[in-house]
Design a binder for this molecule. Structure first.
Ligand code: SAM
Length: 265
């Protein structure tokens, strides 16, 4: 029996890992640490740092690094993601069979929280459902982590929703393709390749933007979209150039989120 624990580790600040997360890592027979290619080696370094800072030596010796397959960049996005997840599931299976042939507890460090725009649970579901090599004896548990959205709202000191209003969480791709989601008073945008908000008419919108949240190089900008939108695009490009990669997330709102926020034009 493999007991797989998906552990949310927050988005770069080791202080954001919960006690439950540390306990689960400490208790694991193997901690699988995925490497995601050169451009994002900062993120692997952060995971290594986190293991070094939070775990005792015995637990650190149980960390195993492995390379994740890459997603191909073909136009059929969902098809490419499906193939990619199948390839990742296969790599997980190999790693577990190699390092824990008789079963045991496996921990995986998941960026932010496993429930938010993360496919670890779907990939684990593939292992469970495949019915090969005793996969039926896979048990999955989740340790929640602090999401990038929570760090964004905390750093800007704003609530996620306007009073009694709904929020929609979406992707840059969808915002660009579909525009402002009907019935949303505020919209959180993740996985944006860059400035999808430019597809919206900026009048009456406020933005709270954050990049590298929780890390030393964290960068925050907020204001009326019409005023700060162009500087966010510029700053994003410059930061990406400097660090070789970027992760950013933002909240857009039509309605004031705080009573002291000036009414939106
Ligand atoms: C694959 S999703 C993972 C989200 C993660 N599970 C979470 O709970 O935040 C990656 C997206 O999350 C956001 N993100 C994750 N970490 C971030 C960070 N440190 N700063 C800004 N945005 C971040 C970005 O929108 C990025 O494109």
């Amino acid at each position: 029996m493999i007991q797989l624990s998906l552990i949310g580790i927050g988005t770069g600040n080791p202080d954001h890992v919960t006690l439950a997360g540390v306990r689960a890592l400490q208790a694991a027979d193997r901690i699988l640490l995925p490497r995601k290619g050169e451009a994002k080696s900062d993120l692997v370094d952060l995971r290594r740092l986190l293991c070094r800072n939070l775990l005792d030596e015995a637990a650190q010796s149980r960390v195993v690094e492995f390379d994740l397959p890459r997603r191909d960049g073909r136009d059929d996005y969902l098809g490419a993601v499906d193939d990619w997840h199948a390839a990742i599931a296969e790599v997980w299976r190999e790693q577990m069979a190699r390092h824990l042939p008789r079963g045991g507890r496996v921990a995986m460090l998941i960026w932010g929280d496993p429930s938010l725009y993360d496919s670890s649970l779907r990939i684990a579901g593939r292992l469970k459902g495949s019915g090969r090599d005793g996969d039926a004896s896979l048990e999955v548990s989740v340790v929640p982590g602090i999401t990038s959205l929570q760090v964004l709202t905390a750093e800007h000191r704003i609530p996620l929703n306007a009073l009694a209003e709904p929020v929609q969480i979406t992707t840059g791709r969808r915002l660009r393709e579909r525009g402002w989601p009907e019935d949303a008073a505020s919209v959180a945008v993740m996985l944006d390749g860059g400035g999808a908000f430019q597809a919206l008419a900026p009048e009456g919108l406020h933005i709270w933007w954050g990049a590298y949240l929780g890390m030393d190089k964290q960068c925050l900008i907020d204001g009326r979209l019409a005023e700060v939108g162009p500087s966010i695009v510029e700053r994003r490009a410059a930061l990406r150039e400097r660090h070789g990669w970027i992760m950013d997330v933002y909240l857009l709102a039509r309605t004031p989120l705080l009573s002291r926020t000036p009414p939106l034009a």
